[in-house]
Design a binder for this molecule. Structure first.
Ligand code: IPM
Ligand code: MG
Length: 352
């Protein structure tokens, strides 16, 4: 098949890990007879520097017209000025909104050989296999914001707003995913305090009623953050609001031994998907060639599965990644010494 993939390497280690994922996709294309065409564009801090905007209209349009978008990471100390008009993160949020990718899938699986890389007790990590579905285009991230002076005090307002249809589509997706797994959905909210969470729970409950043979569990976000550490294997699909999902997925990444391992897929209603590792731009190790490329390589696998419907090819990549970990290949984040490119070489050997 033919596919047009936009690459947004971004900042920090982004370019280093995206180029590794492209090497893997090139091998897949060759092996299975596909033609992937890559278009590289600037987004994030590098785009502010070169084009005066973290996301230009042209870049957004190119992404919208593509089959899928593969992103590295954005941000860094250079663009951290709180007074700046534009920030790398603004580009990322505008891209998510512009592509209407309202659900962000973050699978968290513990590879048996990486159990020691996690600070949790090994027995807690047995059988951990979670998909977090994070709502991505609503909630606190996109509500009205304001800065004003009230009675002489600097005052800031962020708004947490949800419409029923926004909750509905993401919870429905969670059930669809659970149908192919253990048929358990945990809907995470703060319904004891927040009105938006009471709406969330109401919508989730009514969708749950249409799925009688599933287990739907409601959990408060503070409890969920504890349970992710005390009984992570009890989760199957966890669905939640944008900000809660941001926080809980960083926490859940501890289970997998390193954030560097974890991919994500952002999906909407039929348009191009957006694929990115969950880690950030890691400016402290940028340019050193030691970043773990696996999060981005697994994101490329999700791209094949969800956007291009190439499940067999996606699985081939996932199997090759599992094999390198089983065989003891480790980048620095996993306590090893393998450079980024050598880790990819090892994956490619096992793809062949
Ligand atoms: C993530 C990141 C982003 C987010 C930042 C960079 C805006 O933390 O993808 O989890 O908060 O969504
Ligand atoms: Mg985050």
């Amino acid at each position: 098949m033919k596919a047009n993939i936009v690459l947004l390497p971004g900042d920090g280690i982004g370019p280093e890990v995206v180029s590794e994922a492209v090497r893997v996709l090139d091998v897949i294309a060759q092996k299975y007879g596909h033609a992937f065409e890559f278009t590289k564009r600037l987004m994030g801090g590098c785009s502010i520097d070169a084009q005066g905007s973290s996301l230009t209209d042209e870049t957004l349009k190119a992404c919208q017209q593509s089959d899928a978008v593969l992103l590295g990471a954005v941000g860094g100390p250079k663009w951290d000025d709180p007074k700046a008009k534009d920030r790398p993160e603004r580009g990322l949020l505008a891209l998510r909104k512009g592509l209407q990718v309202s659900a962000n899938l973050r699978p968290v699986k513990v590879h048996p050989a990486l159990i020691d890389a996690s600070p949790l007790k090994p027995e807690k990590l047995q059988g951990v296999d979670i998909i977090v579905v994070r709502e991505l285009t609503g909630g606190l991230y996109f509500g009205a914001k304001k800065r004003e002076v009230v009675d002489g005090h600097d005052t800031a307002i962020d708004t947490l707003e949800y419409h029923d249809y926004e909750v509905q589509r993401v919870v429905e997706l969670a059930f669809q995913l659970a149908a192919t797994r253990r048929k358990k959905v945990t809907s995470v909210d703060k319904a004891n305090v927040l009105e938006s969470s009471r709406l969330w729970r109401q919508v989730a409950t009514s969708i749950g009623k249409e799925h009688g043979d599933f287990t739907l569990e409601h959990m408060l976000v503070d409890t969920a953050s504890m349970r992710l550490m005390t009984s992570p294997a009890s989760f199957d699909v966890l669905v939640t609001e944008n900000m809660f999902g941001d926080i809980l997925t960083d926490e859940a990444s501890v289970l997998a031994g390193s954030m560097g391992m974890l991919p994500s897929a952002s999906l909407g209603s039929g348009g191009p998907g957006l694929y990115e590792p969950i880690h950030g731009s890691a400016p402290d190790i940028a340019g050193k060639g030691i970043a773990n490329p696996i999060g981005t390589i697994l994101s490329a696998a999700l791209l094949l599965r969800y956007s291009l419907k190439l499940g067999r090819e996606a699985q081939a990549i996932e199997k090759a990644v599992e094999a390198v970990i089983t065989d003891g290949c480790r980048t620095a984040d996993l306590g090893g010494t393998l450079p980024t490119t050598v880790m990819t070489d090892e994956i490619l050997k096992r793809l062949a």
